[in-house]
Design a protein around this ligand. Structure first.
Ligand SMILES: NC(=O)c1ccc[n+]([C@@H]2O[C@H](COP(=O)([O-])OP(=O)(O)OC[C@H]3O[C@@H](n4cnc5c(N)ncnc54)[C@H](O)[C@@H]3O)[C@@H](O)[C@H]2O)c1
Length: 329
């Protein structure tokens, strides 16, 4: 049994990872300030309520729990918000990660897995995107994650600790058993918004651009189930704990799905039409983002196994219906 401290464990991907670690017989402590997370999603280990920018408290938590590895999800993660308010992104995602790195150095914690993103690549010319594709982010969110990766690399060179940056493509789906899921406010992600439209909670789903150079004119993304992300985090932490090399890995399926295909799949799974409307393109939205996955497959001995699109949407739909019922009652 190993011990993991999860920053941001009260959020979407962090809570799924806490569940997986606990089910695998490990001990998981969540460290979260609940700014965007939810106390009731911390169900698989204790919660330390604190901010990653509070280096003293972070260090005390590490000295008390003595984790074998830290898994760092805590961040702000909305592209549009980062363009409007870059300061809060550099503060939370960059200064927050720096504070965590300092606390880890003070406490002697050796292994760190961090959440990075395909947004660090910007708008690459060639698909699929490999880990060697130049990282040229188009917005402060992607930039803040690239800076976090750079800090990890510099701290690793200077202080000899081990890290793995996991660059996720589109995280989606929910716990198949319906015990945790996606609860963002506002909710910017496509699949939950498509479900909201199918369920009559919003009038329609806005689709930004139908004139891209793609087979059906809409954007293509690589959708990876949150349970597959959780498995990859556990594998990455164990890889570091077993002396594996530091670095960065893409987490995706290698398969692109268009916005129109998501709408069709949502209608198929829910049995309801998805009212939608075609709006102009959004600035900075690349036509296609698809991951090359060979490196993560090889280094972590990991593969996306739950990422068929109907399965993804059915797990999200199960969670969504449950949440809607609770709000109504
Ligand atoms: N959701 C995606 O599609 C996606 C894609 C790529 C990368 N990521 C990254 O994955 C991570 C998790 O994303 P998510 O969708 O689960 O987000 P989320 O908002 O659901 O969870 C983030 C959690 O971090 C906590 N937090 C934020 N700032 C904090 C701070 N200063 N101190 C302590 N806790 C703090 C929040 O309260 C929340 O519980 C983020 O780092 C995000 O950038 C997400």
């Amino acid at each position: 049994m190993s011990r993991f401290l999860i920053t941001g464990g009260a959020g979407y991907i962090g809570s799924h990872t806490a569940k997986l670690l606990s089910r695998a017989g490990h001990e998981a402590v969540t460290y979260d300030n609940l700014s965007r997370g939810h106390r009731d999603l911390v169900r698989w280990g204790p919660l330390i309520e604190g901010d990653i920018r509070d280096t003293t408290l972070m260090c005390e938590a590490l000295r008390w729990f003595k984790p074998d590895a830290v898994i760092h999800f805590a961040a702000f993660a909305y592209v549009g918000e980062s363009v409007a308010q870059p300061g809060i992104y550099y503060d939370n995602n960059v200064a927050g990660s720096l504070s965590l790195l300092r606390a880890m150095m003070m406490a002697g914690t050796q292994n760190l897995v961090v959440s990075s993103t395909c947004a660090t690549y910007g708008q690459p010319k060639n698909m699929p995107i490999t880990e060697e594709t130049p990282q040229e982010p188009l917005n402060p969110y992607g930039q803040s994650k690239l800076m976090m990766e750079q800090m990890c690399s510099d701290f690793s060179s200077a202080h000899g600790f081990h890290y793995m940056a996991l660059r996720y493509f589109n995280a989606c789906g929910c716990d198949p058993e319906g015990e945790t899921g996606e609860r963002h406010d506002p909710e910017p992600h496509l699949i939950p918004r498509a479900l909201m439209a199918a369920n009559g909670e919003i009038d329609r789903l806005d689709i930004f651009g139908a004139d891209y150079q793609t087979p059906d004119g809409t954007c293509i993304r690589d959708y990876i189930h949150v349970s597959d992300l959780a498995t990859a985090h556990m594998a990455a932490a164990l890889h570091l704990m077993n002396g594996g090399a530091s670095g960065a890995l893409n987490l995706g399926t290698g398969r692109g799905i268009s916005v129109r295909e998501i709408i069709e799949a949502t209608a198929r799974v829910t049995g309801k039409p998805v009212p939608h409307h075609f709006a102009p393109r959004r600035a900075g939205d690349p036509a296609i983002l698809v991951a090359a996955t060979a490196k993560a497959n090889a280094i972590l001995d990991w593969k996306a196994r739950h990422s068929g699109i109907d399965y993804i949407i059915s797990t999200a739909w199960k969670w969504h219906q449950n949440e809607s019922r609770q709000i109504r009652s």
